[in-house]
Ligand binder design. Sequence first.
Ligand SMILES: [Zn+2]
Length: 778
Amino acid sequence: MVRRIPIPLLLLAWVATAAVPTPKSYFGHEIGEDGSVLDWDKVVGYFQALAKSSDGIRVEELGRSTEGRPFIAATIADPETLRHLDRYIAIQQKLADPRTTPPAEAETLFLEGKAVVLVTCSIHATEIASTHTAVEFAYRILTGDKPHYRAILKDTIVLLVPSLNPDGVDIVTRWYRKTLGTPFEGTAPPELYHHYVGHDNNRDWYIFSQVETRLTVAMLHNVWHPEIVYDVHQQGPDASRLFVPPWLDPTEPNIDPILMQEMNMYGTAIAADLTAAGKTGIAIHAAYDFWTPSRHYQAFHGGLRILTESASVRIASPLTVTPDQIAAAALGYNPRERSWNYLEPWTGGTWRLKDIIDYQLIAWDSLLYNAALHREDLLRNFYRVGQRQVERSQPWGFVISKNQRDPGATRKLIETLRFGMVEVRRGADGSAVVPMHQPYSGWAKTLLEVQHYPEDRLYPGGPPKRPYDVTANTLPLLMGVDVSAANQPVPFSTDWQAPEPVQGPVLPAADTDSWRAVTAAWRAGRTVWRNPATGDFSLAERPGWTARKPPRVGLYQPWQANMDEGWTRWLLESFGFTYTGLRNQDIQRGGLRQRFDAIIFADQTADGMENGFGSDAMPEEYTGGLGWQGAASLKEFANAGGTLVFLNGASQYAIARLGVEARTVTPASEPDVFYCPGSLLNLRVDTRSPLAYGVPAEIAAWSEQSPAWDTELPVVARYPASGVLASGWLVGEKAIAGHAALVDAPIGAGHAVLFGMRPQYRAQSYLTFKLFFNALVR
Ligand SMILES: [Zn+2]
């Protein structure tokens, strides 16, 4: 008897796969072809086409990007798994909280659950390859029918974000096409590739200031609790072809060792698979440390962070590296020599976008296949990490007292903790209580405690070893909020509720919320009054207080795309200030005093401000800096009563070009003498200065190789004689102790305010925001 095959089923299977469009048919070229860049709407369209033609993928728009583009995530798994996603989310959420999931129940969930792996691409938009890899990978796994793909589909749920920065895809694509075939082909665009924060968009993972960060955390991390998050990046072109963990020291002390061990394990597995596939130039335990939480969220939430950094090309144009162009040294290895963590050096040659994609596809397959093989262990360890967090006993918790100088900053701090799934309770006296026996206690702890970065040297007695990013993240110091560790239990009741903002007749200068009320009044065309002694505001006239109109603010926008300028723009907008962006020519043209009361210069080198890009670096229209004409206009502006506000490195421009008399005591690059790679430093403030309204006499401020000065000019803040470091790492306290960090220099009828700090640091430094705002409205 002939067995009859049910034809409709066969036909369905055939229809489903036959209709999956190949990347080539959709984009018109092979993925990774030299010179091929992608448009975001086409990427979105391709994923939607996959979802229409395959039952192994779903595509969801999570929201909109900063510039309004669709922000999407694809979920890839067995069709049977996709039909029960709610069940798998429920399992993840149960395993995420060991307080409500007893071990016996957890044992059954280890067997039933899937390993959830979130793969995030191209957050740094010039690192374009991984968006291409996402397209190619999705096509291959949905159509490939290979054993390792079947294992991945069966035992994992892959959450794939083809770009964490959709706006950047188009910004870079536009620039690449514009410069293709010119001497500037393959350069980075002269604008930030994220509207506000550029490359710093992956330094936002604990303050959550940008919409893309918030969407990813709220709709993927906090829903799915991925066991693994793989973030796909690119590095410079002249060393390893691909980095993968193990990470370098130091590792942040609140990261669970189980996760560190698993990162080592999955990282070296990727390295082994790449090597077995014949790919050379694989570095492990190199270049990248595991200190700051600003670069990642998941390792404080029970998940592994896997990073790969691929050697870049010139956007999508190939490049050739000759053997003598290979770097002679890199952090952790020598790119020219074999070592245990760089076993097969890449010896040079032509390197293409397609090469990056080929390496990445092997790395993705390796990680996901290993996740599938170790599915049960991943879930078990995820649960175990949560148990260890809940068992934390020192400290018992943290108390955020009820009476705070800055209620606005306090509310923001608590909201920030909660956005990261920290439970905040109400203490008996109205304080906010953060007990440590909860699943993300390590997260709360790192954000609330002081960082003690290790004294890290390249070799004993040698120069400081550069951290990959900054070394401090103590929110109470950054925000000026009174928080204390409690070693004994503190009684608490229900969840903490944000108190209603106080609606008194006086808006205290110490409360950052006051600034939002003031700028709102200004935008509504109203006048506000300010107490000349305290700096407090009132929306109604009061005797002895002075009427204040909104300041007319200009913000210098150099062609050398400047992240600190972007953060400044973000801060001004989020606090309701209006401002005008100023290019070189706008400043050189003069007549500034008729248009502005204050002009801001974000952190930049004096040389960059003066000269900008040379004609060999950028097309003509993006070259040049302020030049002598710009300096003359700025002097004229200040002489006529305007205020120039210089942030961090830009302050050196005021000394070099505007004649501000201060001697810089911090060497530009002698790390043995002075090194402060992003730390909080103590300052003593002259509270009589109008720049210091609402700011206490002792504060911590953000220093990032910030200049300090010796000067006869009025000093608003200076370093103490000893005990300068508040959190993070500082080499060479002696170089700055007792010296000035904030100078209010008179120029004619106006001022130059020199900030030897970043007072608007990455949307976090609420305490010193006030110094900055005061400088704008003096
Ligand atoms: Zn990157």
